[in-house]
Every structure is written in C-alpha cells, then in structure tokens.
Design a protein around this ligand. Structure first.
Ligand SMILES: [Zn+2]
Length: 388
C-alpha cells in the first residue's frame, strides 16, 4: 500500500489567498499551492510566504485562480524563496478578456500585468538551466472544450495526478467556469460607456490609456469590478475514487468575531480550550478563489460540477473573502445534501468591504457547517492533517 500523508494549510495572509498542500508519498514530497497574494498591509504576511517552504523545496503545481492582485501579487516572493516551480495551472482567457484586463491593470510594472500578458515569460524569464523550466498550462473555459494535443492546454474537469506513484488515489481537478451572461453584460456596459461598437472596445480603452485618461478608466473599472474579477478557477483536491477511509484532523482556530477584532494572547488561550477540533474520515477540498456562486445556472452546483468527487469533500473554501454577493448556500450544497463542511474564509482584519458578510456566516452556521476565518493573525492559521 502507498504510504500517503498530507498537510493542508490555509495561511494567515489577511485579505488575499495563499493555500498549500504537502503530500508525502513513500517519503517523496509533492507540493501544491493555490494562489499567493494579499492586499493587507503587514510585514508579517511576507514572512509567512517566505517561510512556508524550505529554500530547496520544489512546488510541483501552482494553481492560479484568477489574476486579481490579492491572489497573485506575492508569487514573485514565493518564487524567490523556493528552488523551483515545476508547473503552473491557470484559467485561460480569451483574447479580449486578456487585453481588457491588461488595460485595467494599466501599471505595466506590476506582476499582475506581466502575468496576464505572458505567463510563460513571467515564470521563465530568469531561466538559467533547461531543467528549471516552468511548464505553464492554461485551463480552457468549461464551455469551450475543443479537443487538442497541446500539452500546455487542459480542458476544464481534466484530472491531474501525483506522478510519484501510479497507485496514489489522489487527483487535482481544475474547472474554469466561463459565464457567458457575465461577458455579455461586460460588453454592454463598455459599449454604452465608451459609446463604441464591440470591435472598438479594446482600441478605445487603449487610446484612453495612451492619452492618460486614467480617471475615466478607473471610473469604468469600478463599475465593472464585480463583472470581471470573479472569473475564478475552481480546483478540487482529493481522492480520485470515492474514499472515506482517511483520517483527517483539522484545528479549530476560529474565535468569535469580537475576539478577532480585539486579539490578545490570553483570550486566545481561552477559546482554544473551549472550542472543538475537527476529525473526519473525508479528505477532499474545493478551492474557489473569488468565484461568484451566483453566476452559475440554477440547476448547477458544486455537486453537479464535481459529481462523484464531491462525496469526498470535507472542506469548501468560501469564495471572495466571504462577500455576500458571491455566496449562495444552495450552490455550495446542491440538492438534498445534509452533509456538514469546514468553510475557511480568507479575510483581512480591517478590510473596507465588511467581509465576511454576516449573512454568509449565518447561512453556513444554520446549515450546520463551520465558517473558519483566516486573517493576518498568526493564530488564525487553519490546517488539516490527512492520513490514509
Ligand atoms: Zn480576492
């Protein structure tokens, strides 16, 4: 039997996302990361990222949910502090989406801009030996599943395994949901705002940019933020076959909200003693980035997307830092599902958005699941240890 142990971390980086898994398979290591960014201001966050891996560790796969700064702006820092990132898996953008995002991230010196413009170059620009090349793989939108033989392109729902041992029952499944109605809405707003035809949108935006009309662009961007930001790639990480033979342990470091806002060591000790940790025989997790649960069709849910794998899930990351607009408990649960989940939420202590929404917490708690807040406080680190 394969000896497989896993640690899964939701790192305390405030308003952002930085999640990692270390798989130990017969003593060989396989590391994955999902997103690496934060918009919270704290020196501590950089240190969390610098010290999350040893300098001679490799990251086997880095998944990027989408290109918002708070999900990608610490990737460079991560790169500098590990030996190598072997593979990067990101959601493919259409030409227009890509050009549009580049216009809005008008700072050409920012990591986000370079990452969007040419992910392959971003990861391979400091290449010094052939062996160190990072393989950059785009995941096609779910409604554009054209067959192809390009090893740098995957379809949504493709299975990525751990290549250490064929017998490992573990899989990563990225899913790039493309909301047609959202793209249509975006086009409409832009055409109206710029007073141009569809073909002229990008050209006009670039013209604005060359004329330094940044205020106009900011105005449009603020209107659109919700529309373009939430094109986020889901990733399932868990057993490939239905399996409930795991033993997993998760810490519960979720203090009540008042306590988080008024953090002191003493109060921290108190809740540690009064709250329970979690044990489960399931090991699957769905990472959601900033996806909008409300953009899916009525009949769709995480269950219809991940089907048999959904049965293995115990952790569902609450999308978009617990934003009320992006959450929908029915989408999270699917039909007639009474299972309980652990629901980590990455959120900044003093974020200006009021995240996480009280009603999001309410929906989760009412259903019997557990919201777990991960902030920039060291004590909010959430981890899971899994053993088969
Ligand atoms: Zn975000």
């Amino acid at each position: 039997m394969v000896n497989h142990k896993i640690t899964r971390f939701f790192h305390p980086v405030g308003q952002g996302a930085f999640y990692s898994e270390r798989h130990l398979v017969n003593e060989a290591q396989f590391n994955i990361v999902y997103d690496c960014g934060s918009s919270s201001a704290s020196n501590y966050i950089d240190k969390v990222i610098k010290t999350s891996f040893n300098r001679d560790d490799c990251i086997d796969i880095l998944f990027i949910s989408h290109f918002d700064a708070d999900h990608v702006n610490k990737i460079s820092l991560l790169l500098k502090n590990v030996r190598h990132i072997k593979k990067v898996v990101y959601p493919l953008l259409t030409f227009n989406e890509k050009e549009l995002l580049k216009v809005f991230y008008s700072d050409k010196n920012s990591d986000e801009w370079h990452l969007i413009d040419n992910p392959d170059l971003f990861f391979n620009k400091h290449l010094n030996s052939k062996n160190d090349k990072t393989m950059v793989i785009g995941v096609m939108a779910h409604d554009y599943q054209e067959k192809n033989n390009d090893e740098n392109i995957l379809t949504s729902g493709a299975h990525i395994g751990i290549d250490i041992d064929k017998k490992i029952n573990w899989v990563f499944i990225p899913y790039n949901y493309h909301s047609t109605s959202r793209v249509e809405k975006l086009k409409q707003i832009l055409m109206e705002d710029l007073n141009v035809t569809e073909e002229k949108i990008i050209v006009t935006l670039n013209l604005y940019l060359s004329q330094n009309k940044t205020r106009e662009i900011k105005k449009i961007y603020n209107q659109l933020e919700d529309t373009i930001n939430n094109n986020s790639m889901l990733v399932y990480s868990g057993p490939n076959n239905e399996c409930s033979n795991y033993s997993s342990y998760s810490n519960n470091h979720t203090p009540p909200l008042e306590l988080l806002r008024n953090f002191s060591h003493q109060s921290y000790l108190k809740y540690c003693c009064t709250y329970h940790d979690y044990f489960s025989n399931l090991a699957g997790c769905i990472y959601t980035g900033d996806i909008d649960f409300n953009h899916f069709k009525k009949e769709e849910s995480l269950e219809t997307i991940y089907q048999k794998h959904y049965k293995n899930v115990i952790i569902i990351q609450v999308p978009h830092h617990g934003s009320r607009k992006s959450f929908n408990i029915n989408f999270m649960l699917g039909k007639n599902n009474t299972k309980k989940y652990l629901c980590p939420i990455s959120v900044g202590n003093n974020n200006i958005y009021g995240h996480p929404g009280g009603c999001v917490l309410n929906d989760i708690i009412m259903q019997g699941s557990v919201p777990i807040l991960i902030t920039e406080n060291i004590g909010s680190l959430f981890y899971q240890f899994i053993r088969l």
